[in-house]
Design a protein around this ligand. Sequence first.
Ligand code: SAM
Length: 227
Amino acid sequence: MSEQTVAGRAAAPTQDSACCQVSSPSPPAPLPRGEGSEASPVPRGTPTPFVVALLNRYIAANQTLLDVGCGPGLYRKTTPARFIGIDYTDAPYYPDWPRDVDVVAEGSMLPLRSGCVDLVMSKSAFFQFPQPDEALRDFFRVLRPGGRILLFDYNRRTQRHLERGENSRRPCWTQWQLRDRVRAAGFTQVELLLPMSRQLPAALRLPFLIAQELFGSWAIVTGIRPK
Ligand SMILES: C[S@@+](CC[C@H](N)C(=O)[O-])C[C@H]1O[C@@H](n2cnc3c(N)ncnc32)[C@H](O)[C@@H]1O
């Protein structure tokens, strides 16, 4: 499937598998496909094209981008903005796979002053946060009025798949449930996006979002901190 289509295939192991873990002596839990496109994951350590495109649509060179759960910090070099990477650990995933973290901190307790960030992103990480609503409130706090949140999270299907691989329990939200959580944190103009560099008009997105929920991997939500 190309990036321009939406529905994904059955989940399968990829190179991103270990990215959820600090280190693992045993084979890591399988993650679904869905990094570059859902059928053609990009190689480990390569930024995902639609993520780069969406970020660069919403951030400018003189602004600050905060990546929470940044892991290897893949988007540091793809943005003209000032990049701050936060993760709750800076330990390498594996000896040959480092994290690239500016600030070690829990995603719901950001050691940043209020209103200092233009865009907060979190990719393939938010579903792991033990206190997601607290994290959203802290994302809201550190954003300037008019600033944007951009969550590239996994949908319920994918989270359930991960649960089975890791023998863990998660809340496992749909795209629409994640959108509602973002709204509840105070964000406005909240909308669901598709894993595509160029978005369809909002009015045409619904069938593709449904296909994404049933067959795809992603739950992508954006919103604005009101002025
Ligand atoms: C699957 S990796 C994704 C890394 C990166 N965002 C990317 O897409 O390449 C998830 C990252 O989230 C971090 N993480 C998980 N829970 C976190 C939390 N509560 N606070 C901060 N970071 C967290 C993990 O340490 C890990 O580096």
